[in-house]
Design a protein around this ligand. Structure first.
Ligand code: ATP
Ligand code: MG
Ligand code: FE
Length: 347
């Protein structure tokens, strides 16, 4: 079973071919990603209209290259998977219309994948992980703790009430005059900084619901930064290190609460999983690995290229859906908003 996956929901144009490998894992035959970071960097964030135009310009060539690098052709493909949302609607439409056209012309099943579900299922692609597991999904647009019970069976245990974690990293970077996207820059700076120099708040610590709040932390950092103006390079490094340490503490505390809630909705987890762009952060990965170890759980996080947006995760989610007969018809809509997990019943 070979699935073509197409991703255009944000600022990465991506196409990949994935097949079923050994031990219930996926095998990635090709994984082409073209980031638009350069196009958006001057604006300090993603500009939807620029993103949509950039997807149009490269998508057909990228799909051709993904097929070619996988040593296959469209007639040999078993299904066309595409991220049908959530995301910037212009980009989503471009991917979806392209996928529908290919599915129609080549007479292949269309698999309309939720982008967040694709992040959530990535540890099954990479590690063949069995259900159920606890997922921290953290990216530029989303921060959720989810009990992943099966394909299409997700219970949300917590979410952010304001900024996403990746968004907080991006805003901090912008505030400190670092580049975009902010996460990798802040992490790099933090490596040379003192995490104890600034006593930043740890919002939501100790709360019974596994929710997040990050805007207060970002504001506290801005106040410290303004107090220090002009910033020396060591100040920037110390601010980044202190910010990252606060985020790590918050994440560990929220995951602890979610692990407790997990038992009530899904039993015993097979693992603790981190996915989404923020899962690339080394400090967060190390803290979660240690935390999982303490409670006898394994920790799984995708290799770095599969943390951010990519086509392989879309192809894999499509493969999982096709195996279960969850095929979509050509009327399936593009969705700017598309929650993928049901909220947990109140504790
Ligand atoms: P969506 O929320 O729809 O998945 P997205 O494009 O924001 O969209 P990703 O590409 O998965 O999602 O993640 C990008 C985000 O991850 C950015 O906010 C970026 O700053 C953050 N990020 C990337 N690397 C790191 C890192 N090393 N540390 C912290 N955050 C990071
Ligand atoms: Mg992105
Ligand atoms: Fe994403």
């Amino acid at each position: 079973m070979k699935i073509l996956g197409i991703e255009t929901t944000c600022d990465e144009t991506a196409a990949a071919v994935v097949t079923l490998g050994d031990e219930e894992r996926g095998r990635i035959l090709s994984n082409e990603v073209l980031s638009q970071i350069a196009e958006h960097a001057a604006y300090g964030g993603v500009v939807p209209e620029i993103a949509a135009r950039a997807h149009v310009e490269v998508l057909d060539r990228l799909i051709a290259r993904a097929l070619q690098r996988a040593g296959t052709t469209l007639p040999e493909i078993d299904g066309i998977a595409v991220a049908a949302g959530p995301g910037l609607i212009g980009g989503v439409l471009i991917g979806l219309v392209t996928a529908k056209t290919l599915a129609l012309v080549a007479r292949k099943p269309l698999l309309a994948v939720n982008h967040l579900e694709a992040h959530a299922l990535t540890p099954r692609l990479t590690d063949g992980l069995a259900f159920p597991y606890l997922l921290l999904l953290a990216s530029g647009g989303h921060t959720q703790l989810v009990a992943v019970k099966g394909v299409g069976d997700y219970v949300r245990l917590g979410t952010t009430i304001d900024d996403a974690i990746g968004e907080a990293f991006d805003k901090v970077a912008k505030l400190l005059g670092l580049g975009y996207p902010g996460g990798p820059e802040v992490e790099r700076q933090a490596q040379n900084g003192n995490p104890e120099r600034f006593a930043l708040p740890r919002p939501m610590l100790g709360r019974r619901q596994a929710d997040f709040s990050l805007s207060g932390l970002k504001t506290a950092l801005r106040i410290e930064a303004e107090r220090l103006e002009p910033l020396a390079s060591q100040d920037v490094a110390d601010l980044c290190a202190s910010f990252q340490a606060a985020v790590v503490d918050v994440v560990v505390d929220r995951v602890r609460v979610a692990l407790r809630a997990f038992a009530g909705v899904a039993g015993h987890p097979t693992a603790l999983v981190a996915a989404g762009g923020v899962a690339a952060n080394g400090a967060i990965r190390r803290a979660l690995a240690a935390q999982a170890g303490e409670v006898g759980l394994s920790f799984v996080a995708p290799p770095l290229p599969l943390c951010g947006d990519n086509g392989a995760m879309i192809a894999w989610a499509g493969l999982e859906r096709l195996r279960l007969g969850l095929v979509d018809d050509l009327t399936v809509p593009a969705r700017a908003r598309w929650p993928f997990a049901e909220a947990a019943p109140a504790a």
